[in-house]
Structure formats: structure tokens, C-alpha cells
Design a protein around this ligand. Structure first.
Ligand SMILES: Cc1cc2nc3c(=O)[nH]c(=O)nc-3n(C[C@H](O)[C@H](O)[C@H](O)COP(=O)(O)OP(=O)(O)OC[C@H]3O[C@@H](n4cnc5c(N)ncnc54)[C@H](O)[C@@H]3O)c2cc1C
Length: 405
């Protein structure tokens, strides 16, 4: 008989895990997936394209209902898992019976942070995380509202671009002195700023939000240096927090995320976690690729095969049309590393490669990102680069003419 395996969360990590499990251990588990969003799992990464009007919402579903059915998965969407009884191996679902499990996987993702400032709970203050948020933002944009986006990371920039493209008048505030400071060095960030401003988005740096004004609805935002920006709506895109409440209440060890080992096992027997809710070797990843790598390892492990997750080298791509940005690995360069830089501001191109111990360890590209995947392979593969070092900056075609031919 199949063992009952319950997955909490019906997001990208959960969908990939079911896919991998169906390949690695078909029939071994009777899988139930509980998800609180009222629709089938979708590609959350593409919400930015939906907001920008470049993709339709119904086109981002990861798998059709028949795919889940064919794999015998019981899908419970629109259902919130409220409690884990570790001892009885049961999970409670709001307004429903509890269900039992022999193995449990937590794939609960993250929640967007709202700044803890006066006025943050006013009407008209939103976040950008799920497809319901996108519907709301599109309504604001259609009404040509003045929108302030708080946060100049990947998410904030994509929200600002989508809103501006859909008709809103957008100001983007960022706390730091440069955009995407966790992925870009100063020259790359400066170039990105000018490219984004050309899309009609106003950008204010060193902008620390003090409070939001308004009686019941937000009317404006005030910065700690006294600047004030009028707004009909404010979107917080200033970070995420792993969704750990369920695990924590069940006594499962939690740091910033749900702590897992190299098999994605939590501190409780037969309970696993993956994706954005998990913390592996002190790191909570906020990107989809690590979640997919974890899904592969966990599926192998659940199938009874030896497998270990050793962490991920992450890469970031900005999805703003006409503004290509890529960043991976150690892009600043620790002491003892070397950098090769090409900076052509006029043509909107910036390239930086960071080398240490004869290997590529990081890269930043703005404008021309055609070789991004090649650089990422070199970083991940830790291959010696001595024979291509002189030509590497000019891309794969010039560095490896014989292989590229
Ligand atoms: C707009 C946007 C753009 C992005 N762009 C990129 C990008 O370009 N590249 C990239 O790598 N990453 C990007 N990301 C991040 C990426 O989407 C996430 O890393 C990925 O979705 C993580 O997958 P997950 O399954 O861990 O979490 P999620 O996809 O968030 O899934 C978790 C699910 O669990 C549900 N859940 C939580 N608690 C419960 C509960 N108690 N009961 C039932 N259900 C529950 C949540 O509602 C959610 O549906 C983007 C994210 C957003 C929002």
C-alpha cells in the first residue's frame, strides 16, 4: 500500500517535488498537497510578466489539473494547514478533518515584509507576492494612480516596471545608496538606475520611510529626512520572511527558516522542508533554482536513494524588458581576488568578472547578458580558466571559438 505523504504549500517547490517524486518513486506514496491559494500551482516568477501585461495569468499555471490527477495527487487548494501534530502524525486543515501522514513536507514559502512604520496598515498599502496581489495592482494601474514602491531590489524594480507599463505613475524608494545592492556593485547599479529611469520611473535612493500618511487610506509617504511623496497606493517590496509559523508551533527547530540538514530533513522525524521556508547551513534562499535543486534531492531521498544537498550558487536575472541584468556568485570580490571590468556607459553595457585562485567566482552583467549562462556554468563548475582568461570577457564565442563553432 502507498504511504501517505502530505505536502503543505502548493507553490513552485511543491510542484517540482511532486514531479521529481513521480519519476523517482511512482506509486510509493499517496500524495496530498494542501495549498491556501485558490488556484493550481503557478510560476510565481512570471507574476512580474503578468503585471507588465506580457503574459496572461492563466498561462502561468505550472501543470494542468489533469497532470495532478494522472499522478494520483489529492489536491486541496484554498485550504490552510493550521497545525501539525508531530506525535500523532496528523495535520489539521481549517474547517476540515485532520489528515494523517507517514512523511510530511513543508513547502510554505515566504511572506512579504511590511515595514513596521506608522500607517503601514492603512487601506491602499499592498505587497507583491501572489496572483491576488497582481490583480489588485493592475486595477490601481488602470486607474492611473500615483504609486510608491518601497524597495529597490529585484521585486521592487519588477513591480515598479509592471505598474508603470500598465499606466501608473510610479516612484520607487530604496533605502540604500544603490539599487539591487545585494547583486550589483556601484557602477552596475548606477547604469541600471539610468536605464530604469528611462522607463519613466522616478527613483529616490537613501530613502528611509518614516511613516505613511492618510486617515483611512494612504495619501502619502514621509521619509526620515523630511521628504514627502504623495501617493494613492504604496507597495511594500522590501523583503520576505520564511513562512515558519506552522513548524515553530509544532516545536520543529526554526532559525530564520525551518532548519534542515543535507537531506532536507527538519529536526522532527519524517518531516522535511524545502524552498523558501527552509534554512540550509544558515542560508534561506529567496530564489527558485535552489528550491528546484532541493526538490531533486528530497525526491531521491524519499525514494530511498542516497542524495545530499550541498547548497546552491545563486544567480539573479531582472525581468524588465530592455534592461538586462545578471549577477552571480561573489560579485564584489573578496581580498586576494582580481576583477576584469568593461564599462561602456554610452552603450549601456557593464561587465565585471571576478577571479580567485585561477577560477571565475562571480560575474555582473548589465546590458549584454548573452553569455550569462556560460559564466554561471564556469562559476558553478569551478573550472580553471587560465587558457581563456584573456578572452573570457568577450564571451564564449571569442574565448572558445573551436567549441562554439
Ligand atoms: C513577483 C515575483 C518575481 C520573482 N522573480 C523571481 C526570479 O526572477 N527568479 C527567481 O529565482 N525567483 C523569483 N521569485 C521568487 C520565487 O518565486 C520563489 O523563490 C519561489 O516561488 C519559491 O517557491 P516555494 O514553493 O518555496 O514558495 P511559494 O512559491 O511561495 O509557495 C508556497 C505556497 O505555500 C502556501 N502556504 C503557506 N503556508 C500555508 C499553509 N499553512 N497552508 C497551506 N498553504 C500554505 C503559500 O500560500 C504559497 O502558495 C519571484 C517572486 C515573486 C513574488
Amino acid at each position: 500500500m502507498s504511504e501517505p505523504l502530505v505536502v503543505v504549500g502548493n507553490g513552485m517547490a511543491a510542484a517540482r517535488l511532486v514531479d521529481e517524486l513521480a519519476k523517482a518513486a511512482l506509486g510509493r506514496y499517496a500524495i496530498a498537497v494542501i495549498g491556501d491559494e485558490p488556484r493550481l500551482a503557478y510560476n510565481r516568477v512570471l507574476l512580474s510578466s503578468v503585471l507588465a501585461g506580457e503574459t496572461a495569468s492563466h498561462d502561468i499555471e505550472l501543470r494542468p489539473a489533469s497532470w495532478w490527477r494522472d499522478r494520483g495527487v489529492t489536491l486541496k487548494f484554498g485550504c490552510v494547514a493550521t497545525e501539525i501534530d508531530v506525535g500523532r502524525r496528523e495535520i489539521k486543515i481549517a474547517n476540515e478533518e485532520s489528515i494523517g501522514f507517514s512523511r510530511l513536507v513543508l513547502a510554505t514559502g515566504s511572506t512579504p515584509l511590511r515595514l513596521n512604520v506608522p500607517g503601514a496598515d492603512l487601506a491602499g498599502v499592498h505587497t507583491f507576492r501572489d496572483s491576488r496581489d497582481v490583480d489588485l495592482l493592475l486595477t490601481l494601474a488602470a486607474q492611473r494612480k500615483r504609486v510608491v514602491v518601497v524597495g529597490g531590489g529585484l521585486l521592487g524594480l519588477e513591480a515598479a516596471y509592471g505598474l508603470a507599463k500598465a499606466g501608473a505613475s510610479v516612484t520607487l524608494l530604496h533605502l540604500m545608496d544603490r539599487l539591487m545592492e545585494r547583486q550589483l556593485d556601484a557602477p552596475a547599479a548606477e547604469l541600471l538606475k539610468s536605464l530604469v529611469e528611462r522607463k519613466g520611473i522616478r527613483i529616490l535612493l537613501n530613502a528611509n520611510t518614516a511613516r505613511l500618511h492618510g486617515k483611512t487610506r494612504v495619501e502619502g509617504i514621509e521619509l526620515t529626512d523630511g521628504r514627502r511623496i504623495d501617493a494613492d497606493a504604496v507597495i511594500f517590496a522590501a523583503g520576505i520572511r520564511p513562512h515558519t509559523a506552522l513548524a515553530k508551533a509544532a516545536g520543529i527547530p526554526v532559525g530564520r527558516g525551518i532548519v534542515v540538514d543535507d537531506c532536507l530533513q527538519t529536526g522532527a522525524p519524517d518531516i522535511f522542508a524545502l524552498g523558501e521556508c527552509a534554512e540550509h547551513r544558515g542560508i534561506c534562499y529567496g530564489l527558485v533554482e535552489p528550491a528546484y535543486e532541493q526538490a531533486r534531492v528530497l525526491a531521491q531521498h524519499l525514494a530511498g536513494h542516497a542524495a545530499a544537498y550541498n547548497g546552491s550558487v545563486v544567480a539573479t536575472n531582472l525581468k524588465v524588458s530592455g534592461v538586462s541584468v545578471f549577477s552571480a556568485g561573489d560579485f564584489i570580490g573578496a581580498e586576494g581576488s582580481e576583477t576584469i571590468v568593461l564599462n561602456d556607459v554610452r552603450h549601456g553595457t557593464y561587465k565585471k568578472l571576478v577571479i580567485a585562485d585561477g577560477r571565475l567566482i562571480g560575474a555582473v552583467l548589465v546590458g549584454d547578458v548573452g553569455d550569462a549562462l556560460w559564466y554561471l556554468e564556469l562559476i558553478r563548475g569551478r573550472e580553471p580558466i587560465a587558457r581563456i582568461r584573456n578572452r573570457m570577457m568577450f564571451g564564449r564565442l571569442l574565448a572558445l571559438p573551436s567549441e562554439a563553432a
